[in-house]
Design a protein around this ligand. Sequence first.
Ligand SMILES: Nc1nc2c(ncn2[C@@H]2O[C@H](COP(=O)(O)OP(=O)(O)OP(=O)(O)O)[C@@H](O)[C@H]2O)c(=O)[nH]1
Ligand SMILES: O=C([O-])CC(=O)C(=O)O
Ligand SMILES: [Mn+2]
Length: 582
Amino acid sequence: MSSKLAELNAWVAHYADLTGADRVHWCDGSEEESARLVELMLGSGDLIALNPQTHPNCFLHRSSVSDVARVEHLTFVCTANRDDAGPNNHWMDPEQAKAKMAALYKGCMKGRTLYVVPYCMGPIDSPLARCGVEITDSPYVVANMRLMTRMGAAALARIEREGTFVKGVHSTGDLNPDRRFIMHFPEELGIQSFGSGYGGNALLGKKCHALRIASWQARQEGWLAEHMLILGVENPQGETHYIAAAFPSACGKTNLAMLIPPQGYREAGWKIWTVGDDICWMRPGADGRLYAINPEAGYFGVAPGTSAKTNPNALAMLTHDAIFTNVAVTADNQPWWEGLPDGTPVADWQGRAFDPANGPAAHPNSRFTVSARQCPSYTPMAEDPQGVPLSAIVFGGRRESLVPLVFEARDWTHGVLVGAGMASETTAAATGAVGVVRRDSMAMKPFAGYNFGDYFAHWLSFDKPGAKLPKIFHVNWFRKNAGGKFLWPGFGDNMRVLEWMIKRVKNEVPGHATAIGILPGEGELNRDGLNIDAADLQALLHVDTHAWRTEVGAIADYLEEFGERTPAALFEELDKTARQLV
Ligand SMILES: Nc1nc2c(ncn2[C@@H]2O[C@H](COP(=O)(O)OP(=O)(O)OP(=O)(O)O)[C@@H](O)[C@H]2O)c(=O)[nH]1
Ligand SMILES: O=C([O-])CC(=O)C(=O)O
Ligand SMILES: [Mn+2]
């Protein structure tokens, strides 16, 4: 046995002993293993089979009622020096955190199987990929990790070759919210999670590894780990531009990543290719451009709102081999959620007879898990070990007022400021109030594994001689009129905004310079077949100088929160904007 596997074995043995697990099972990722686990979960009630005629190999999982979303208030970054975690994170002393978790883990797997899940984030042969091992007592987590990552024997072989891997420990414990913690130890590449079986709290390859730990590794190694979708826009000439976009949770990444161009575009030959829908790792290539990979192998997407109208690609991939969590079911046992035009829910997400008085039938943060390969727009380029070169980076959020449909940053430094200063209304993807505007720099507020001040400086550091950086844009699909209705139709029509971005990348249109950045000039956004009146379009592209002065002040206050770690260049850039807001 290699010394690397000896280290892994010793670590597993330690947790088998501490947790008192009955058995240890090393996952190989095979079909047989998956089938056995499904049988086991059908027996235990962890999974419920859905209609095999309409949804072969699809299963429903109902989580504990108080375990339905990420828990940001129980998520900690445990660095030796508190300032390294920064005011953007909850912090706990690493030794204190470890003692707390050891007490929770003691004996927690008695009567359970401890699964060892080796996984690779990114194409298995990619130099940008990184590996991890998750220990878990949840077969549901294993089944999800199998869809979401490259899990099993090949990952273990890479770990044996490479040595370094992220060590994640997870137990659902007793699902008591008072005994729930998601701890990160970036200095040791470690994660410890207890008391939740849900999504980003439990599938440790996702938010815990691929964002919090990876962002820390990325800073040390000169790359970026971001909460971004990656898509390819193919134009009628057959040329493909890749775009990465950061929107906070439940703000439209999956939908944009799988966009189907509207009528007119399709006929002309425009296509959208999906590389990833949630996480992007990128680093400069030899030619100075940024190259991006999707470290994930599947989608853990929001179910409500997904329909043949909004996201036909997603609907098409959900007809077989998918896991649904906390959706409702129809009388003939098909999965159901709000936004589907057909079907009637008979049982809600908790399994109760559906009664609208109890709220929505599907939980607002109900999700599907499915392999990326099932998406009709998935591109083989997503498996390219070198990644795809980026033409543009997009930031965006949910802002019912103030922020225009789209604007372009003046340059990289201004783009970093735009990302750092962005804000969005909170959603059901995390527990807590919904609809409250909060600063969410680069959509990474819940996910940056270190001090945002240092993170902004790291972003700025990519602008160096020889770099051919992507243009940076900001979008807002969620601006509303006085009656509370979205001004922009969104979804497929977002193609129009992507087309404008590519025209700007290729220098084909001049745009219209304003104090906050460059907006589409008169006639630059394609309106053919667009169902929106001129006044609404004008409102969508309006820059309210007075309101933006207030926003600039709020951004300055926010940047001050990170003290001396905030790069001075961001304040200078903000001053440039302020001076133009007259
Ligand atoms: N009005 C409007 N709503 C949208 C648009 N795109 C997405 N949504 C809605 O926003 C919600 C979340 O969309 P997703 O694409 O799942 O968001 P996400 O960013 O992938 O979410 P996470 O998986 O939590 O990271 C869904 O209910 C969508 O229907 C849009 O262009 N306009
Ligand atoms: O991590 C999760 O639970 C789901 C997700 O993608 C997000 O919240 O951004
Ligand atoms: Mn997400």
